[in-house]
Design a protein around this ligand. Structure first.
Ligand code: G6P
Length: 607
């Protein structure tokens, strides 16, 4: 969480820092700040709230200078406030930080005893004050910076400046992302490459524990031991249009509408259309030694894992364990080296997922990651990387990344089932064809959003909403509930329909909408009997089914959305679209901040 930026230029840097901060806002948006150096003086402005507040506060010439740093914050230590906003400054040192310093209390204690005083509750100020303390001992900026990072425990990406040096930025990366970008005449530091698109032509992704001294003419990168190292410069291929809202009011709506196209990117990388086979993990020739697949993720990515459990157990006939990363990393797990562990993450930087991966490393047969950002830490630490190719996802609530994660997990299921010889040619072709049909089906659904708007209008005044699903649609009920609470702030729960009578049925009354996913499949009749149970208690049912299910509905006493007829295999992918649209329009009618809901952040790089 938190976005950091640094710029070295021949021109004034403040306007560009603000532009980059806007693009980094997805990482956190409770306060923001900028510092520049001009005539050996640190100039600094900070504001509570979004970048807009900072922009309004800065007057012309407030922050002159050709070197500067900026930060947009997602609070970890200390409330969102101007005092806690970065950059933090002490004496000649000013710095921004993303991450969590685990030993900040000890360090603070040490500095307090020495008479240092603090003006914020943050762990970041401790780093800056520590560096300033070393400067006070009469050592060089570089040595002070190094001594400081040496003392830090935890995760951090840092970008520091010193008032007597307007030529160099001092940076360090451990457990949080940091890149160096190269424009025509400028050098940039950023939490990601996407926020620098349109400004840079090439980029260096730092390795874990790298630190560097960055000037316009020279980049000196060192590893943890202080050895000078070279890191590969990569050409940036991202196009700036991808990260603008285009004609949409929100990134979320744009990203929902991108799904037909980007779903095709995910599958076309893996489907050999001519041979009707899945082309991925071709190094894996047999699964004889493997007795379990472990799937781990956070938030929406975890729900993608939950869907995959149903697919893998059904088609690959293998035992599948799923967990949220924050539990998996601390749970006492029993590994036998006969497992594949799969980590699913849009950003590839989620701290808990990365820690879970590191826990499994060396103890399972292979680590596979399914990520959107192929240069991410999770990707780099995996044996195999399966990219979801969704393009940058800016809306905090995940939409196209979810369906593309499912695309890749569906391909993986077919591949593993084939390796085990469990699919007839006919079934194999049927499954592949159903994946190929998805973009068309999604386009169809998106072309008529009116019915989802009508559903959403029924939810706006509710305080609670229940989502029900059975079998492979149960994880979709969970995902739909997550989406609704993130975007509309309405309390929502996802429940397996069959579990209703073991508790939640007590909540049913005419005020609580119950949205039921009831596609026509082997559990349809059972789901409908759960619907009857709700109706018998005056419940307020809204049902989503398909053409076949619609024709079999016993009553017409409730609103129904009818989706096109689709194969059972792809039902969880298709039902993601109604979940997203219902959440989006409910948020829209409630007037919430859809792309940046309160308290959330897109990339959770702290524990
Ligand atoms: C945050 C985001 C969610 C996302 C989750 C996992 O909570 O708001 O949209 O699903 O992190 O992120 P990842 O990048 O690992 O998929």
């Amino acid at each position: 969480m938190c976005g950091i930026v640094g710029i070295l230029s021949n021109n004034e840097v403040t306007p560009t820092i603000l532009k980059v901060l806007k693009k980094l806002e997805y990482r956190g948006y409770d306060s923001a700040g900028i510092a520049t150096i001009f005539n050996n003086k640190i100039k600094r402005q900070r504001a509570k709230g979004k970048i807009e507040n900072l922009i309004k506060q800065i007057h012309r010439n407030d922050l002159p200078g050709n070197i500067g740093i900026g930060h947009t914050r997602w609070a970890t230590h200390g409330v969102p406030s101007k005092d806690n906003a970065h950059p933090h400054q002490k004496g000649s040192v000013v710095g921004v930080h993303n991450g969590i310093i685990e030993n900040f209390r000890e360090l603070k204690e040490e500095l307090l005893i020495k008479g240092y005083q603090f003006s914020s509750e943050t762990d970041t100020e401790v780093i800056v004050q520590l560096c300033s303390y070393y400067i006070d001992q009469g050592i060089s900026n570089k040595d002070a910076f190094l001594k400081t990072i040496d003392r830090l425990e935890g995760a951090f990406a840092l970008c520091f400046m010193f008032d007597d040096d307007d030529k160099n930025l001092f940076i360090s990366k451990r457990g949080a992302p940091l890149v160096i970008g190269f424009g025509k005449n400028e050098v940039y530091i950023g939490s990601d490459a996407v926020s620098l698109t349109s400004l840079i032509e090439s980029v260096i992704f730092l390795d874990e524990n790298d630190w560097a001294i960055v000037s316009k003419n020279e980049i000196l990168i060192f590893d943890q031991k202080g050895n000078k190292v070279q890191r590969q410069k990569k050409i940036v291929e991202l196009n700036n249009d991808i990260i603008s809202k285009g004609n949409y009011h929100h990134f979320m709506l744009k990203e929902i509408h991108e799904q037909p196209e980007v779903f095709g990117y995910a599958t076309s990388g893996f489907i050999d259309y001519k041979l009707q086979k899945i082309n991925m993990l071709n190094e894996v020739k047999e699964l004889h030694g493997i007795n379990k697949i472990i799937l781990v993720g956070c938030g929406t990515a975890y729900y993608a894992c939950a869907v995959a459990k149903y697919w893998l157990e059904k088609f690959v006939k293998i035992s599948v364990e799923i967990d949220v990363a924050s539990e998996f990393r601390y749970r006492e797990t029993y590994f036998t080296k006969k497992e594949y562990a799969i980590f699913v993450s849009q950003s590839g930087e989620t701290a808990d997922t990365l820690a879970a991966l590191r826990k499994a490393k060396g103890k399972v047969k292979k680590i596979i990651s399914i990520v959107n950002v192929t240069e991410s830490s999770i990707a780099r630490e995996s044996d195999f990387v399966l990219p979801i190719k969704a393009g940058p996802e800016i809306g905090v609530a995940s939409t196209k990344a979810f369906t593309n994660q499912l695309a890749v997990l569906a391909c993986l299921t077919i591949k593993f089932a084939n390796i085990k010889g469990l699919l007839s040619d006919k079934k194999n072709s049927e499954l592949i064809d159903s994946l190929i049909s998805i973009p068309g089906v999604i386009s169809d659904i998106l072309s008529n959003s009116k019915k989802f708007q009508d559903f959403a209008k029924k939810l706006v005044l509710s305080s609670n909403v229940l989502f029900l699903g059975r079998g492979i649609l149960y994880p979709l009920a969970l995902e739909a509930a997550l989406k609704l609470k993130e975007i509309s702030y309405i309390h929502a729960e996802g429940y397996p329909s069959g579990e209703l009578k073991h508790g939640p049925i007590a909540l049913i009354d005419s005020n609580m909408p119950v949205i039921c996913f009831a596609p026509y499949n082997e559990l349809f009749e059972k789901t409908i009997s759960n619907v009857e149970e709700v109706l018998a208690r005056n419940g307020n049912i809204l049902l989503i089914t398909d053409e076949e299910g619609f024709d079999l509905l016993p009553t017409n006493q409730f609103p129904v959305i009818k989706l096109p007829k689709i194969s059972n295999f792809i039902q969880p992918i298709i039902y993601a679209i109604p979940s997203q649209l219902i959440a989006y329009y409910t948020g829209l009618y409630k007037g919430t901040d859809i792309d940046q809901p309160r308290n959330l952040a897109k990339s959770v790089t702290v524990e």
